[in-house]
Design a protein around this ligand. Structure first.
Ligand SMILES: [Zn+2]
Ligand SMILES: [Zn+2]
Ligand SMILES: [Zn+2]
Length: 255
């Protein structure tokens, strides 16, 4: 399995529009963060988690030529706004694009992209075609590949993380119920939300995320959904234990 971090930034991305802070002015490429998403290549499948506002740029930058399925974590715009650009894969692959999300997430997509979810006879030519899969908090398969949802809380909003084999992706989380921690146990590669150092109502802080990563004990943990308030990548890296890192856009690893 090969994982590529397509975006490691928080909802506004980094740099933030009109911000003059030292992180937003940094010349380090690791301080340039698009909205959160990952690409996973596994068992011949090309999967994307979330399609945020930077989706088009992320597909071009990572050179992704095929999307076999999209997994949605939750309905916030920084994870969904780029869905329309999946249609390039409709044209190329000649198929509807399978999308997986829990019912309220699919419902929100239906409202925001109403023109996509009309029946085929009423559809405007060239509009995106998706194949909807409702998922619940139990394991499901995409062409034989088992995917285990991890049900976590983003303040009070339920969000799905996903475990595929030895890899777990958990974005937009402030609380992981004990039952779900058991499902993550033994994961060797973890990507986890860590917004900033200061407390936040709906995201883990650097300190909280570090404690959770240490409890899970993967070979490597990478933090994502990073705000400009976190500080410069190179400086924060020095403060972290050896197996824990900040993710950055373009980070790739095999697991
Ligand atoms: Zn988010
Ligand atoms: Zn800034
Ligand atoms: Zn969110």
């Amino acid at each position: 399995m090969k994982v590529t971090v397509l975006g490691s930034g928080t909802s506004q991305g980094v740099p933030v529009i009109a911000c003059d802070c030292e992180v937003c002015n940094s010349l380090d490429y690791r301080d340039q963060r698009l909205r959160p998403s990952v690409h996973i290549e596994v068992e011949g499948l090309s999967l994307v988690i979330d399609t945020g506002p930077d989706f088009r740029q992320q597909m071009l930058r990572a050179g992704i030529k095929q999307v076999d399925a999209v997994l949605y974590t939750h309905q916030h715009k920084d994870h969904t706004a780029g869905m329309d650009d999946l249609r390039s894969f409709n044209f190329k692959q000649g198929t509807d694009i399978p999308i997986y999300g829990r019912k309220p997430v699919i419902e929100q997509l239906r409202q925001e992209f109403a023109y996509i979810f009309v029946d085929k006879s009423n559809k405007y030519p060239g509009v995106l075609s998706v194949e909807v899969h409702h998922i619940e908090n139990c394991a499901f398969r995409i062409k034989g590949l088992e995917i285990l949802p991890i049900d976590v809380f983003h303040l009070y909003l339920p969000v799905f993380g996903f475990r595929i084999g030895d890899f777990t992706y958990l974005t937009d989380v402030s609380r992981i119920p004990e039952m779900e921690m058991h499902k993550i146990a033994g994961t060797r590669y973890l990507i986890l939300d860590a917004l900033q150092k200061d407390p936040h109502i709906s995201h883990l802080t650097l300190q909280q995320a570090t404690a959770i990563a240490q409890q899970i004990g993967p070979e490597k943990a990478y933090f994502t959904h990073i705000s400009h308030k976190m500080g410069k990548h190179a400086e924060v890296e020095k403060e972290l234990p050896p197996n824990i890192h900040l993710a950055f856009d373009g980070l790739q690893f095999e697991c």
